[in-house]
Write a protein that binds this ligand. Sequence first.
Ligand SMILES: Cc1cc2nc3c(=O)[nH]c(=O)nc-3n(C[C@H](O)[C@H](O)[C@H](O)COP(=O)(O)O)c2cc1C
Length: 184
Amino acid sequence: MSLPVSLYYASHDGHTRRIAARFAARLREAGCAVAVTDLADRQPDAAEVTAAGVVAVIAAIRYGHHLPPARRMVTAHRARLAGKPLAVISVNLTARKPEKRTLQSSVYLRKWMARAGLSPAVAAAVAGRLDYPRYGWFDRLMIRLIMTLTKGPTDPSRTIEFTDWDQVDGLAAEIARLAGADGA
Ligand SMILES: Cc1cc2nc3c(=O)[nH]c(=O)nc-3n(C[C@H](O)[C@H](O)[C@H](O)COP(=O)(O)O)c2cc1C
């Protein structure tokens, strides 16, 4: 019997929700029981986190910080999370560069985990989605500025999904192994 996986995510524009759904689908294929929670809808209480098997937190970044519902959850439960098989996945645009996808090379992820005092068994950054037409004028301006500085696309009419779904599937397999799933 494998440990159940409690998957918590925080998404602003919906892409991290899609990534969380992909994780859930792959974990179920591997034989894991998975419960998925949108942290903007509901924060888990102490009893829920204590009873969880594997915990996976998947959070998007805006303006240098993981979304507040994810930070709130990790801060509230850090002592409980420290004793769990834990996976933390950061979704951001910096990770469109493959060399920025590890705990050590993702400054956002490294700082967040250092602040929380956590060393997740699985930790990675996954590239998100750039959706200029969707953004308001200020966000579009800021993202174009960041893209100019980091040599990314600046055409404001474009939508680009940078997510490497093979990377996501590989991380799902790592989490399934953490849960001790037969199909992992
Ligand atoms: C207003 C805004 C600010 C962002 N700030 C950052 C950032 O500081 N660093 C980064 O790597 N990506 C940044 N991103 C990219 C998002 O993390 C990426 O688009 C992600 O896919 C968003 O996920 P979501 O659709 O679940 O909200 C930003 C995106 C937006 C719209």
